[in-house]
Design a protein around this ligand. Sequence first.
Ligand code: ZN
Length: 316
Amino acid sequence: MTSAGPLGELALARGTVDRVTTRRMDKDWTDAAWKDPRSRLLVVDEGHAMVREDGAEVELILVSPEEAPPGTRFLLGQDADGVVYFGASGLLPGALDDAQTKYDRHAKQGIRKASLREVGALLPDRDAGLLTHAVALANWHDRHTHCPVCGSATVPDPGGHSTRCPVDGSEHFPRTDPAVIMLVTDPEDRCLLARNAAWPGRRVSILAGFVDPGESAEQAVIREVAEETGITVTNVRYLASQPWPMPQSLMLGFRADAPAGQDISVDHEELAEAHWYSREGLLASVEAREIVLPPPVSIARRIIEAWYGGPLPSVR
Ligand SMILES: [Zn+2]
């Protein structure tokens, strides 16, 4: 269930648990699994889950379905040993208790609340897959509680992967927004990195943007690069994708070529600045702390490193 493309294994595109999609509408099966003491529940609260950190090791804290907060449950899947995993959106069990003593004990045990962005690259395959899936579904349930046709409150199916309107019978499925992210190179094989006006400090990245309705991903690459930097690109080619459920994106990674003789013209709405970097220039800028690259959990980092030809240092 982990597929390594030209970018290798991406942090949030991992997983070992079978999604058992055929069980999602099976109420008897999901009810029985929910009551099974072997079943495990991952609670997500505003994009955060409880993790246990022991040195470099980080793992999710999974609890019994009995400890579920009120709200929608959703089926994440079943592993090779037959263990069924559920997710739920709500307050974290035992998290940050009012009792300070319990909180102190948690802190000593390395137990804390963490976001997918923080721990997505540190978790083992099973946990990275479970958390990415659970955060995506929790975000959808939290933001899509009513029928978009008539406004009535919707009812989730047994597996929590769709909802139905009790008034007009319409069915609704989780939403994912496609976004393109692309590394553009010039004829000297220098890459284009930009600083978004909304980003703090010296953070730079490759260009990105959402696919417009009625637009292909390749068209979006060409349009976004032109809008943000005034550069016309050709030879748009797909690399790999990674879910980015913050709140509901799927990042589609591309490369594109910028023919010679073009000047960068930054739009100053979205971007503050954009520059061409040679490999030596990029390394020097990172080491001199003039720029900060995206974190290892992002597909942006992996696309930059694939062009560079190896890992780049993470300098804070
Ligand atoms: Zn309706």
